[in-house]
Unconditional design. Structure first.
Lengths: 133, 142
């Protein structure tokens, strides 16, 4: 009676190269998530009944950045570029002021995207561990 | 109207803040700063509440019913100086953070901080104040 185990060397090889392969798998996911949040955020502001909001902070001012140097933790930052005109008004719209209520769009866009991003990240992680990427 | 679930959620955080002796109901405002404007040297917190029944993910039970409520408190912590605004902010944070609200027939999670911003200058009242905006939220199901 005996037991034959095969594939362990291949799996160890997959684990050894995990760090090198992770960037290629996760950075596109973060970029896509950032783009989706940005688009959703601007769509929510544009669709609001207050027609002046899209003109106060141009939707083109919304942007995102992925920092690929943070592996194994990947992050994307989505928001209004501070150097754009009237960028300061973004926080007044998002969180409100002492005389006007908030018009949240960033957090709802983030919450809508987070489950989708997690699903893609889980699949990418499984592919990495099993040598499919 | 068949129930008051939404309003109970909105009032949960407001009641916690109003019950804090360091703030008190006279310094906790629900969506509107009173007229005449209170003494800025005392500072206050203006709270916008948002109660939502999200459709997907956490919001849907195994029976496909929308049974989860998310409640968001956008707190404008106001003072005459950045330090004063932060002091109000710290009091708000210590009152809300980590508290599990009690609402009849609902299972409530802990109140968590979702957003924190540095104090910024706000002149919408006609004079300059410093406003530190924080968002807290919690979910409940039932």
């Amino acid at each position: 009676m005996g037991v034959t185990v095969s594939g362990v060397d291949d799996w160890l090889g997959d684990l050894d190269t995990l760090a090198e392969r992770a960037d290629k798998a996760f950075v596109p996911i973060m970029k896509r998530a950032g783009g989706n949040i940005k688009d959703d955020w601007s769509a929510r502001w544009t669709a609001m009944p207050h027609s002046h909001i899209p003109h106060l902070v141009p939707v083109q001012a919304l942007s995102y950045d992925v920092d690929p140097k943070t592996a194994p933790t990947y992050s994307v930052e989505v928001g209004v570029r501070a150097e754009r005109k009237q960028a300061r008004l973004a926080s007044f719209i998002e969180f409100g002021t002492l005389t006007s209520r908030p018009h949240p769009a960033g957090m709802p866009a983030l919450e809508a995207e987070a489950p989708r991003m997690a699903e893609f990240a889980e699949k990418a992680a499984a592919d990495l561990l099993e040598g499919r990427k | 109207m068949t129930d008051s679930i939404d309003e109970l959620h909105a009032q949960a955080g407001l009641a916690l803040l109003a019950a804090d002796p360091a703030l008190g109901s006279a310094r906790v405002f629900d969506s509107v700063v009173p007229n005449p404007t209170p003494d800025i040297n005392v500072g206050w917190v203006l709270v916008y509440t948002h109660v939502a029944w999200p459709r997907d993910g956490v919001g849907t039970g195994l029976d496909a019913a929308q049974d989860t409520v998310t409640t968001t408190y956008t707190c404008h912590c106001v003072g005459a100086t950045p330090v004063a605004a932060r002091v109000v902010g710290m009091q708000v944070r210590s009152t809300l953070l980590g508290v599990r609200p009690t609402i009849a027939n609902r299972l409530c999670g802990l109140i968590k901080q979702a957003v924190a911003n540095p104090p910024i200058r706000d002149e919408s009242l006609g004079f300059a104040v410093f406003d530190e905006v924080m968002e807290f939220d919690f979910t409940s199901t039932g």
